[in-house]
Design a protein around this ligand. Structure first.
Ligand SMILES: [Zn+2]
Length: 367
């Protein structure tokens, strides 16, 4: 039986909570990690209607992109919307988990999915925000315990380089030690110099996984005192950034690309800046509110930038710097999170049913 912990830790592999911005609020916002879950509702955000939908579908967990609790709470007034939702969810034993800016930055993340929907290839982050700090972990293992220890290290999350897992190097050698008076040695005798055939196993681990990996390594290793080294690496780690820039497989006139954008994002209409006969090849995207990246999109060589929450003066700026711009809507560029999470989680959870919310939470209507 899956628990909230089991399900959310699968999601945290894609979008580690530590990737979220300091101002954000992600993770388990309401509930209990030990609760059993059979049915999960995937939603952009939570309204009273979404809670009702979760209860009608007998879901025990809602996974959202926008955090229900954002500002620190001092009071819970159940006459107000947030208080009502919290009361309803608590009474029903609902758990609420959020992946917000960590899902925006994740690679692959929501922005990669948006770029893929819009036909983009060879995508890179538009603005790098952070990168992994990597360590080399070296541990000396008696030969008979080699498989047990290295498997524990890999299972805990070490050994990833780019698109490769289980990376390592090993060499054979001889370890020496003399157990002192207060020791309780696994091998050898007190006050006697002991030599053991050992394997030097080395692999790579990110700072984020370091504590979990070391704990797993120590638990699997037979020695009382495990000899291991950690080297901080100066190599560039995996980079995480906002937005994406990529290429269309074939150049298109803006006039010909707009219907595709409209269809893929189910837009009621498309507001854009630029001439219809502009040739589009390099395209930048940012889900949600991305007006701050207009200059970054232009500097990265984009012919067109697609995002939401664009103000009048942002549009003027795009026109001045001759960047094509599409206002695709905050809601419309993020509601795709339901499909993205559904695609990612499908096949990774046994005995758990996934449901995509069918509630339209967009406050805007178009006449
Ligand atoms: Zn948003």
């Amino acid at each position: 039986m899956a628990t909230v912990r089991a399900i959310t830790s699968v999601l945290a592999k894609l979008a580690p909570e530590e990737l979220a911005y300091d101002w954000d609020n992600v993770g388990l916002l309401l509930g209990d990690y030990s609760r059993e879950v059979k049915r999960v509702l995937l939603a952009l955000e939570i309204t009273e209607e979404v809670v009702t939908e979760a209860l009608e579908k007998s879901c025990e967990l809602i996974i959202t992109h926008h955090p229900l609790i954002f500002q620190p709470l001092k009071k819970i007034n159940t006459q107000h919307q947030l208080g009502k939702i919290l009361q309803q969810a608590l009474v029903a034993g609902l758990n609420i988990y959020t992946a917000h800016t960590n899902l925006d930055l994740a690679a692959p993340g929501l922005n990669d999915y948006l770029a893929e929907l819009l036909g983009l290839d060879k995508c890179q982050p538009l603005q790098i925000m952070t990168e992994d700090q990597n360590y080399k972990l070296v541990v000396f293992i008696p030969r008979e315990y080699y498989h047990q220890v290295k498997d524990a290290i890999w299972e805990a999350g070490a050994g990833f380089i780019g698109n490769y897992s289980h990376t390592s190097f090993r060499s054979k050698g001889t370890g020496t030690f003399k157990p002192l008076a207060a020791s309780d040695p696994f091998l050898g005798k007190r006050d006697e110099l002991t030599e053991v055939e050992e394997i030097r196993f080395e692999t790579i681990v990110t700072e984020r996984s370091l504590q979990v990996v070391i704990k797993a390594m120590l638990a699997a290793h037979p020695y009382e005192e495990v000899a291991y080294d950690l080297y901080p690496l100066a190599n560039q780690g995996k980079q995480y950034g906002l937005g994406r820039i990529g290429r269309l497989k074939e150049k298109l006139r803006l006039d010909d690309y707009l219907p595709l954008i409209k269809a893929k994002l189910a837009l009621p209409s498309v507001k854009y800046v630029g001439s219809g006969d502009r040739i589009i090849e390099r395209v930048a995207v940012c889900s949600g509110s991305g007006a701050d990246l207009i200059r970054a999109a232009s500097d990265a060589g984009a012919d067109l930038y697609i995002t939401g929450d664009i103000k009048y003066h942002d549009a003027q700026l795009a026109e001045q710097i001759e960047l094509g711009l599409v206002e695709a809507g905050h809601y419309e560029t993020e509601i795709i999170v339901r499909d993205f999470l559904n695609n990612y989680l499908t096949g990774k959870l046994s005995d758990v049913a996934l449901f995509r919310s069918t509630i339209n939470t967009n406050p805007w209507s178009v006449f």
